[in-house]
Design a protein around this ligand. Structure first.
Ligand code: ACO
Length: 315
């Protein structure tokens, strides 16, 4: 799999820690010390609009005609609707014809890794160029009265355009069914269903459990993708982890005996944007010239489900 182009889309509205301290009992000091986050973006646009803007940037950077795209996969847990999918809405906004396969994947914050895996395995004689987008408007499912969660999340989208080449891209992906530690139930309308439990649709999280889980699975995912690819950490220019909490990343760096600078971190500006965090970070690492052509990068994600996974890509 070869990456042809990168793009990102961020909402204009910046919400600082001080802004949130007017809504809930918190402080810039607490949020920054415990998470590394200073501010996040909150969007007026829906997920498909952010996804579309990131897609346009990625197509432009790939230097291709948009009509060359024949596969669109959007990773999201905050789609505009149950149907149509965000991917189909992006297809419509791009005004592409019918010869495109478009669908969404929900693997929470691991969604971008899962989607890249699916897209790269579908590239063949039929599908030549895929648009893979991580896109979220988490502000839709965050309870701004709950200080345990509202300080952590933000909105955004990141996209890549890929095509197949002779190099196989390996992936390591896992999940474990867990219906308690990180949930956003959504609210259905058919309350006649006998087994429906009426609960708040907002995101709820057992922060301490997720914190421990994250450190373990990031380390596991890095180890395993290196084993699968027969590469060593010295071969890797940068690790781009899901951007959830700076302390999680620092703990992993310590466990792996790695310099913290080996990890790209931009969560200070955006908080946790779930499936969008890895492609946004990838895009910024390239813009900031921390990566150049030929560099190998580990992408590693974890999230609700619970899901986790990693891959190694070459720029
Ligand atoms: N401001 C001030 N105080 C707060 C806040 C806040 N925003 N939030 C919690 N506190 C309080 C708690 O009430 C608690 O008070 P108490 O001691 O009086 O009970 C105290 O701070 C400590 O709370 P902890 O939960 O122990 O804080 P911790 O150090 O564990 O940090 C955090 C909490 C930041 C949520 C951390 O556990 C974490 O980052 N967990 C992982 C979260 C994560 O990565 N989630 C994303 C998963 S990806 C996906 O799929 C969406």
């Amino acid at each position: 799999m070869k990456i042809l182009g990168f793009g990102k889309a961020l909402a204009n509205k910046i919400v600082t820690n001080d802004d949130l301290s007017k809504l809930v009992e918190t402080s810039d000091e607490w949020i920054f010390q415990r998470t590394g986050i200073r501010e996040r973006r909150i969007s007026d646009e829906n997920t498909s609009e952010l996804a579309y803007r990131a897609a346009i940037e990625a197509i432009k950077s790939a230097n291709i005609e948009k009509t060359e795209i024949d596969l669109i996969i959007c990773a999201t847990m905050t789609a505009d609707n149950f149907i149509p999918s965000v991917a189909c809405m992006v297809q419509e906004k791009l005004n592409l014809g019918k010869n495109v396969t478009s669908f969404d994947i929900n693997a929470a914050c691991s969604g971008f890794i899962y989607s890249l895996k699916v897209a790269s395995s579908m590239l063949n004689t039929y599908h030549k160029k895929a648009l893979v987008v991580g896109c979220e408007t988490l502000s839709k499912i965050v309870d701004f009265n709950d200080r345990n969660t509202c300080v952590l999340f933000g909105d955004g989208a990141g996209a890549v355009v890929i095509e197949s080449d002779e190099k196989i891209t390996d992936f390591y992906t896992c999940s474990i069914g867990n219906n308690t530690d990180l949930v956003a139930r959504g609210i259905g309308t058919n309350f006649e269903m006998k087994n429906r439990v009426l609960e708040s649709g907002f995101l709820k999280m057992n922060g301490k459990e997720i914190f421990k889980f994250a450190i373990n699975v990031i380390e596991e995912s890095i180890d395993n993708i290196l084993k699968i690819t027969n590469l060593k950490l010295e071969d890797i220019k940068l690790i781009i982890p899901h951007q959830a909490n700076k302390r999680i990343i620092n703990n992993v760096a310590k466990k792996l005996n790695l310099d913290e600078n080996k990890f790209f971190v931009n969560l200070e500006k955006y908080g946790n944007t779930s499936a969008a965090s890895i492609p946004i970070a990838l895009c910024e690492a390239i813009e900031e010239k921390k990566l150049k052509k030929g560099d190998k990068v580990i992408l590693v994600g974890f999230g609700g489900g619970l899901t986790w996974g990693s891959t190694i890509i070459e720029i």
